[in-house]
Design a protein around this ligand. Sequence first.
Ligand code: ZN
Length: 107
Amino acid sequence: MFFCPTCGEPSLIIETSVDLGPDDRSDEVAVQAVHCDACDCHGAALYEESRRGDGEHVHHVMCVLPTDEVHALHLALTDVDVPTLSGWAGKIRRHSTHPIIYRPECV
Ligand SMILES: [Zn+2]
């Protein structure tokens, strides 16, 4: 389960995720649209995984988006518009982002 950085509840859902492939700093880069059921916030998330050097590093952050930007993000994700999504990745990196905490579900 993913914890919402805004309200702290384990209610964050990854709605859409598009893999952009490796870039100059990560082996895996994905841009995601996320939504929290508890506080009803929408956000853009960036998942980066690096297996270079000393072990595995995961960097997963989100920034909260206003409604009009949510639509623009969903459109780019649906169309798998890679140049636009790369722009989103840069934008999420530059924004004041919050880390997304993941914990495996205890059943
Ligand atoms: Zn929330």
